[in-house]
Design a protein around this ligand. Structure first.
Ligand SMILES: NC(=O)c1ccc[n+]([C@@H]2O[C@H](COP(=O)([O-])OP(=O)(O)OC[C@H]3O[C@@H](n4cnc5c(N)ncnc54)[C@H](OP(=O)(O)O)[C@@H]3O)[C@@H](O)[C@H]2O)c1
Length: 199
């Protein structure tokens, strides 16, 4: 399969690329560190990425920035960071990508454990993750030509503990290669509208 992975240079994206590239032709995209460049906050940039890569069999989004801060300090602008980047970036990647994904192909999005397990400073992350999971279930019944969509809700990766470990006290991490299996299941399987949990 020809698979577009956005966020390929990140902690999650690297694990996904390591898995999928064993069996597929993977096109790696991200904001600045990958061969294909895209800014997920810009629909124009997402359109240009699809024009550049052309038809694909699957699209994986392993990206999404949100603001972490105490609830009382969160401003309207702070929430809009997550809405514009993690939420609408992935939503636009799906909606704008429909004409470019081959019949029976798939979209795989990324939420995370904060949908279900709130942490201090994580209101934006939890909110956006929940919205993405609801979008996935709803889009699954409308996508044309047998296109599929699933989302991966993973715990913190072992490879990210250095960066995020203190926020996830007492939450068990998973190695990237195990998280990547959920993306593989979505891309290579036949299910749609699923939230794949990795704990
Ligand atoms: N890390 C974890 O433990 C974990 C666990 C569960 C879920 N998640 C979720 O997985 C997603 C990725 O997390 P991560 O830890 O892998 O992040 P990361 O290591 O910071 O990597 C982020 C990736 O997204 C790209 N990116 C950032 N902003 C972008 C933009 N505006 N347009 C296009 N690409 C952009 C980066 O590209 P450049 O390198 O080119 O800048 C990089 O490839 C997030 O939604 C996160 O919530 C992470």
């Amino acid at each position: 399969m020809k698979i577009l992975v956005v966020g390929a240079s990140g902690v999650v994206g690297k694990a996904v690329v390591a898995n999928l590239s064993q069996r597929h032709h993977v096109l790696q995209a991200s904001r600045s560190q990958s061969p294909f460049k895209v800014d997920m906050t810009s629909p124009t940039s997402i359109r240009a990425l699809y024009e550049e890569v052309g038809s694909v069999d699957a699209v994986v989004a392993a990206t999404g920035h949100v603001k972490f801060a105490p609830l009382e300090n969160m401003s309207d602008a702070d929430y809009r960071i997550g809405l514009n980047d993690k939420l609408m970036g992935q939503v636009n990647l799906v909606v704008l990508g429909i004409p470019y994904v081959a019949s029976g192909g798939s979209f795989t999005l990324t939420s995370g454990i904060l949908t279900d397990e709130p942490i201090l400073g994580g209101t934006s992350a939890s909110m956006v993750n929940g919205a993405l999971e609801s979008f996935t279930r709803a889009a699954a019944i409308e996508l044309p030509r047998g296109l599929r969509i699933n989302i991966v809700n993973a715990t913190v990766l072992e490879e990210a503990l250095g960066r995020y470990g203190e926020f996830f006290a007492g939450i068990e991490a998973a190695p990237g290669h195990r998280v990547a299996l959920a993306y593989q299941r979505s891309v290579e399987g036949r299910q749609t509208g699923q939230v794949y949990y990795v704990r």
